[in-house]
Design a protein around this ligand. Sequence first.
Ligand SMILES: Nc1nc2c(ncn2[C@@H]2O[C@H](COP(=O)(O)OP(=O)(O)O)[C@@H](O)[C@H]2O)c(=O)[nH]1
Ligand SMILES: [Mg+2]
Length: 223
Amino acid sequence: MDDKHCGNILSWLGFQTREEQQDVLVLNVLLLGERQSGRSSVGNAIIGGHEFQTGTCVSGVPVTAELGVRSRKFSAFFRRQGAESDLMLRVMDTPPTKLHPQSLQELCTDGVHVVVVVVRVDQLNENSRLLHQAESLFGPEWRDHAMLVFTHADHLGEAGLQPSLYLSQTSDWLRSLAKEAGGGAFFLDNNSDWPSVRGRPLRDKLLQLSAKNHHKALRFRPD
Ligand SMILES: Nc1nc2c(ncn2[C@@H]2O[C@H](COP(=O)(O)OP(=O)(O)O)[C@@H](O)[C@H]2O)c(=O)[nH]1
Ligand SMILES: [Mg+2]
């Protein structure tokens, strides 16, 4: 008898398979960032695969301008109330021009648990419009659900610059956000390791941050 039939008979007899017993926590993660900031690469690290297309612009047109959601379930990722629990991450990649609350709401009807603001360390980041976008999508409480991810951290390493020194010299809005964001700041080198490996600390942070907010989701404000 194969496992499938075995499972059916067990559930017919009233037993639950391991899969059915397992608790699942679903977290919705929204990525915000300018074009070429490394947003899709961060999405891949979080998901632990190559789900989002990444790359450079061709004649100023990005390789993908779609609003995309990718999900992945991480089995037995953590324990709660003494039992193993799965973590299901639903990651939304949002090209900056497609940030309409209505379409985001349709993709994510349960709201957003964590907002990941993606910024490159090797560019001047004077413009703080991401802050205004996030604020108009969710209101001021979004900062409790925010995490700042600096990509291209390999360039800091090459320049011999410590993340703390970089933070002390970066734009005011980034320095304040790094302090105020519930999940703080995280430096990511998307060139190192496999997405599944380099994403692990990010997934841990996302889970910690959401737990700090009692897994409450932010709701989109109407237009
Ligand atoms: N050196 C380096 N390149 C990166 C890093 N993150 C992303 N990239 C590259 O930057 C380009 C744009 O990344 P992508 O994730 O597509 O950016 P998006 O337009 O914001 O979605 C791609 O060629 C990536 O491979 C990083 O941490 N270091
Ligand atoms: Mg992209």
